[in-house]
Each structure stands twice: as structure tokens, then as C-alpha cells.
Design a binder for this molecule. Structure first.
Ligand code: NI
Length: 139
């Protein structure tokens, strides 16, 4: 881990007050960790914009397994992209609805394509790609 550096920031008082109440509500104990997290979020966004960067994330899907052929199609797609999928977790939410979470890792462009293919399948009620980092480039 690199050395810690302190730096000063000039900021409008109203804006700082808003920031302080925001981070208290989010559970931060001090500004430093909140600011570090803001910076990390921006760095992760940039990793995902760089299509050649290796990234990690999760794909969350909600679907009704009674829809004819849907479960088979989702499994088939996941086999097509098996190299990107680290694990899957399937939960039966009720009699009809399933919640599936896939943990994914790979080149940003490929991971995004996998997520879009799964989320756009007819019968998937809701889907979301959560983008995060492999952690290699973050301190
Ligand atoms: Ni299920």
C-alpha cells in the first residue's frame, strides 16, 4: 500500500455541510473514507469504460420459471459464456419468481455483453449489472 498523503480542499460551506450530512447518513465516521470511496467509484467507472480492462461484478436477474423455455435459455446462454462466470446462486423467491445472481469476471466489453444478453431475454422481469473491480488497481 502506498504512503498516506494529506491534502487540503477548498469548498463552498453549503456544499460541505450537505456532504457532511450525506456521509453521516451513509454511516461514514469521517470525511476521509467517504472521499476515498468517491475516488474509488470514479476509478472503477473508468476501468469499465476501458473495454480492455479486466473487471468484476454481478448480474442479478428476476424471472418467472414457468415461462416456457426461459430457464433452459438462460442456462444455455450461461454455458456459452462460462469463462466469464465464476459462480451462480439461484433462489426461489415464491411459487413463480426466481432470483439469480451471477458473479462475473473478465474483459469489460465481454462482461457487459453477457449481462445485456441475459437481461434482454424475453421473460426476464428485471435485471441489473453491478459493476465493480477486481481490486487490483485500487488501494
Ligand atoms: Ni427458482
Amino acid at each position: 500500500m502506498a504512503d498516506l498523503v494529506r491534502f487540503g480542499v477548498s469548498i463552498n460551506e453549503d456544499l460541505l455541510n450537505k456532504f457532511d450530512s450525506l456521509i453521516v447518513n451513509k454511516g461514514y465516521n469521517n470525511r476521509s473514507e467517504a472521499i476515498r470511496d468517491l475516488i474509488r467509484n470514479q476509478l472503477v467507472e473508468v476501468e469499465w469504460e476501458n473495454e480492455k480492462e479486466e473487471v468484476a461484478g454481478t448480474v442479478t436477474l428476476i424471472y418467472d420459471h414457468h415461462v416456457r423455455g426461459l430457464s433452459d435459455l438462460l442456462v444455455e446462454l450461461q454455458h456459452d459464456f462460462y469463462e466469464l462466470i465464476l459462480s451462480t446462486m439461484h433462489m426461489h423467491l415464491d411459487h413463480y419468481n426466481c432470483l439469480e445472481v451471477l458473479s462475473v469476471k473478465g474483459i469489460a466489453k465481454d462482461v457487459r455483453q453477457l449481462a445485456e444478453r441475459l437481461i434482454s431475454v424475453k421473460g426476464v422481469k428485471h435485471g441489473r449489472l453491478t459493476i465493480t473491480s477486481t481490486g487490483k488497481n485500487l488501494d
